[in-house]
Design a protein around this ligand. Structure first.
Ligand SMILES: [Zn+2]
Length: 138
């Protein structure tokens, strides 16, 4: 399976028609997403440190608003591998610094606008819905 970049299409598994029940497709999707974000975004660590990141050093893709832990065991977990929720972080910072949801939420609102982020959050099939972040229980 090869994923072809479609300019102007939001980088999300649903938008790209990825089968979220297929682990191999998800793995390929995550590689594609990371590669694309490395191309599209400024080369700055998203943890908040403001330091440059360099291709070739360890750069992790971190799910910052809705984390893997938040969606552990849920069949729709791959929906969190979306550009609104994905952040490029130096590996050593990812391992050693606090990764705060509020920070990443704000960062995505700056990048994409709060409306887009709220619409995306409300597409996630949490059992509790409502206006983010007050009534979403994680
Ligand atoms: Zn950092």
């Amino acid at each position: 399976m090869k994923i072809k970049h479609r300019p102007g299409v939001v980088l999300g598994p649903t938008e790209y028609g990825i089968d979220i029940a297929d682990p191999e497709a998800i793995s390929i999707w995550r590689e594609f997403l990371k590669r694309q974000l490395l191309k599209d975004r400024p080369n700055i660590c998203d943890c908040g440190c403001g330091e440059l990141i360099y291709l070739g050093e360890g750069i992790d893709m971190h799910e910052g608003i809705i984390t893997k832990g938040n969606t552990q065991g849920l069949p729709w977990q791959p929906l969190i591998y979306h550009e609104y929720n994905s952040f490029l972080v130096r590996h050593e910072h990812h391992m050693n610094r606090p990764m705060l949801r509020e920070h990443f939420f704000r960062l995505s609102c700056v990048r994409y606008g709060i409306d887009a982020i709220e619409v995306w959050l409300n597409t996630l099939p949490f059992k509790t819905r409502g206006k983010w972040p007050n009534t979403v229980s994680l």
